[in-house]
Write a protein that binds this ligand. Structure first.
Ligand SMILES: *[C@@H]1O[C@H](CO)[C@@H](O)[C@H](O)[C@H]1NC(C)=O
Ligand SMILES: *[C@@H]1O[C@H](CO)[C@@H](O)[C@H](O)[C@H]1NC(C)=O
Ligand SMILES: *[C@@H]1O[C@H](CO)[C@@H](O)[C@H](O)[C@H]1NC(C)=O
Length: 337
């Protein structure tokens, strides 16, 4: 059995890119037992009150069915003076992953003035920024293209020119540099906000490893014909695995790992996060030039109706790990608060 597996792995490496097999599938109510609803004070100073799972379900800020997982901001109540801010969610995967391919099928992301949603991963051990942060989906206010960026400890720099469809916004990943801007790549027109939602969303895929570096692809729902079968159909991927290669098309973001940024030194096992905050360090500071009305804090506190589109609707998140390699470290789901 072992030699047969080794032979298969050898064959696979000859005929194609690395094959990754399914490690975890998060679909609908499967999120409920495997992620943690964090109630922390927002580290980015947002006007937000992250609620626990019980509160989120009771207020329908978290809704899960067999095939849908929805996380939203409160869009009915005025925020009371002297409280932390608008009710919203921040969820963290209990498991952590190192080398992997993550595929997110997303129907809708939070959009609108004052919003700052993010889907990202961070080191399980830290302390931040040790072990790295990979921001996969991120933006604020009425932004159009998605911003993907890395935040690391010192000595991680990206080439200014790379073979990718996205545009370089900065090349220094060191979180201490330039007020933690990170090294960013801005993505395709339909990859964020109202445009993304107008096209019924799409798929994001992120690969990470020392040899491949960190690479990300985006396909809009309206380009479904060009989506790799294993990305579009997880039931296919459960049999074939996924193998990011030329058939996936050009990545929108490529972060090579080499002498300018040593993978082992800057990245270890990461947990995934979905969150939705308001104003704060980025959405708040960008608000005055965003084309949004009044002040950010007034919108958040006094205009709940502005947040009806502020929700994540997830069709599923699938994590694949390298075939024939031990998955490390990928602990069982701990009981967490
Ligand atoms: C809760 O949210 C879901 C998803 O948006 C929606 O389909 C459902 O109708 C909501 N339930 C209530 C009671 O509002
Ligand atoms: C909050 O305080 C402001 C100023 O002190 C006041 O104008 C406003 O009415 C208060 N809002 C609520 C919901 O109590
Ligand atoms: C960064 O790299 C330089 C040159 O290779 C080295 O001198 C320095 O110690 C490194 N700093 C850190 C924090 O690793």
């Amino acid at each position: 059995m072992r030699s047969a597996l080794a032979l298969l792995a050898a064959l696979a490496s000859v005929v194609a890119a690395q094959v990754y097999t399914l490690a975890d599938a998060y679909v609908g109510s499967e999120f409920l037992g495997t992620w943690t609803w964090q109630t922390i004070v927002d580290p980015t100073n947002g006007d937000v009150n992250y609620v626990d799972l019980g509160t989120a379900v009771a207020q329908n800020l978290t809704y899960a069915s067999l095939d849908k997982f929805v996380m939203r901001a409160d869009s009915t109540n005025v925020v009371a003076n002297g409280t932390r801010g608008r009710n919203s969610i921040r969820v963290l995967s209990n498991r952590a992953y190192s080398d992997s391919v993550a595929v997110l099928d997303l129907e809708h992301m939070p959009q609108g003035c004052a919003t700052w949603p993010a889907f990202w991963s961070l080191s399980q051990t830290g302390p931040w920024p040790d072990g790295g942060e990979i921001d996969i989906i991120e933006g604020v206010n009425l932004q159009t293209g998605n911003l993907m960026s890395l935040h690391t400890s010192p000595n991680c720099t990206m080439p200014a020119t790379r073979t990718m469809s996205g545009g370089v916004t900065s090349t220094i990943c060191d979180a201490d540099y330039n007020s933690n801007q990170g090294c960013g790549v801005s993505g395709a027109p339909l990859s964020y906000g109202a445009d993304f939602n107008g096209a019924a969303g799409g798929w994001f895929a992120v690969q990470r490893g020392a040899a491949t570096g960190i690479r990300a692809w985006f396909w809009s729902r309206q380009d479904a014909a060009s989506v790799p079968l294993a990305v579009q159909y997880p039931l296919v991927a459960a049999i074939t695995g996924v193998s990011p290669d030329a058939s996936w098309g050009e990545p929108y973001a490529v972060f090579p790992m080499d002498a300018e940024c040593n993978y082992e030194e800057h990245f270890n096992a990461h947990q995934f996060v979905f969150d939705l905050t308001f104003c704060g360090d980025w959405a708040g500071s960008a608000y005055p030039t965003s084309g949004c009305p009044g002040t950010c804090t007034d919108l958040v506190n006094n205009h709940p109706e502005a947040f009806t589109e502020a929700y994540w609707e997830v069709n599923g998140l699938w994590i694949y790990t390298p075939f024939g390699q031990p998955t490390s470290p990928n602990p069982p789901y701990p009981s967490s608060s």
